[in-house]
Write a protein of this length. Structure first.
Length: 351
């Protein structure tokens, strides 16, 4: 390997690693607040990329219909829960009205806008905004449907439900988008030459967006009231509930942030590689390796681990392309061994 090849591989590794960093941060965020290992995060990446591709092809994305169906199911679940609650404990009219707005009116409006995209050629910013409006709200809706009723269950139960949700979304993705892969137009066609190295503008967009989002998340958790509420829920769920923080709302917000990050990763990576309905799962697993390096608790360690995964994947593709996935996922073994030695096992009920 000469210096030029090393520089090219490093560029690719950093660009891929930036996406894995965002996925790892989303996984740590969801787990620390809800104790859910968010395996379906990769499906949001794939849905975001393929929804954007459909819009750029002048088609109405079928994911908008999925949002409408999920919203209707969540509304019915919320309606039944409200009716079962004693009248003195909740304002039923207000609760039903809010549920109707969030789970029915908003998805219906998004669906109508998406239908109008059939045959249209929209600016990229409008396509991006509609993609987020379709895919990102699925996060809190899925939390309401699958995880909120089991919020106090053991981590193993939540993991099983997470695997089930992943499998369901994977099958739905095949039905909605088909087996064919898609790419999207890059946000930047610029190419910058540094000596013998050519740096694509899209790679710079990916890295810069990742850095900006990391900074925005830091400011959000450090400076805003809702961000501090999420941090408090992550530190002590029961204590947060005792001081008046709604852990249910915190869970929905965590899933909304995670699904938004997953959607962003999808639209960022789609111009660089062909995305299929099942591509997100493998990328999500690589983000999960980074999150494991951070112990599913430390954001800086998770980010560093995910960047390491991106670089290791790039270098492995040069030396042993057929084994690059094996090499990347083997990284998790020494990390788990080290953590099992350093940190004693604690039963969930004794925490």
């Amino acid at each position: 390997m000469d210096l030029t090849i090393f520089a090219i591989l490093t560029q690719d590794g950093i660009a891929s690693g930036a996406v894995y960093v965002l996925l790892a941060l989303a996984l740590v965020l969801v787990f620390s607040i809800t104790r859910v290992i968010f395996i379906p995060l990769g499906e949001f990446l794939a849905f975001g990329a393929l929804t954007m591709a459909a819009l750029q092809a002048g088609k109405s994305p079928h994911s908008a219909a999925l949002l409408l169906i999920l919203g209707a199911a969540a509304f019915l679940q919320e309606l039944f829960a409200t009716l079962r609650t004693p009248a003195g404990q909740v304002n039923r009219v207000r609760a039903v009205g809010m549920a109707l707005t969030k789970f029915m009116i908003f998805p219906a409006a998004v669906y109508l806008v998406a239908r109008s995209a059939e045959g249209a050629s929209w600016p990229m910013l409008a396509q991006l905004a509609l993609t987020f409006a379709i895919v990102a709200p699925m996060g809190p809706i899925i939390y309401r449907l699958a995880f909120q009723p089991l919020a106090e269950s053991p981590v193993l139960v939540l993991l099983i439900v997470s695997v089930a949700v992943h499998l369901v979304l994977l099958g739905i993705g095949l039905v909605l988008f088909g087996a064919e892969g898609s790419r999207t137009a890059p946000f930047s066609d610029a190419v910058f030459n540094v000596g013998t190295l050519s740096i694509s503008g899209q790679s710079i967009v990916v890295i810069a967006t990742a850095l900006l989002l990391i900074g925005a998340l830091y400011l959000y958790f450090d400076r805003t009231l809702s961000g501090k509420a999420l941090r408090a829920t992550a530190v002590n769920r029961r204590g947060a509930r005792l001081v008046g923080i709604g852990t249910t709302q915190a869970g929905r917000l965590a899933f909304l942030l995670a699904s938004s990050i997953g959607t962003l990763c999808g639209v960022l990576i789609a111009p660089l590689t062909t995305i299929y309905y099942d591509s997100g799962f493998l990328m999500g697993l690589k983000g999960f390796v980074g999150a494991i390096i951070g112990g599913l608790a430390s954001y800086p360690l998770a980010a560093a681990g995910a960047l390491l995964v991106g670089l290791l994947e790039a270098y492995s593709s040069f030396y042993a392309s057929a084994l690059k996935e094996v090499i990347v996922f083997t990284l998790i073994i020494p990390v788990l061994l080290w953590r099992s030695i350093v940190h004693p096992q604690v039963e969930e009920g004794d925490e």
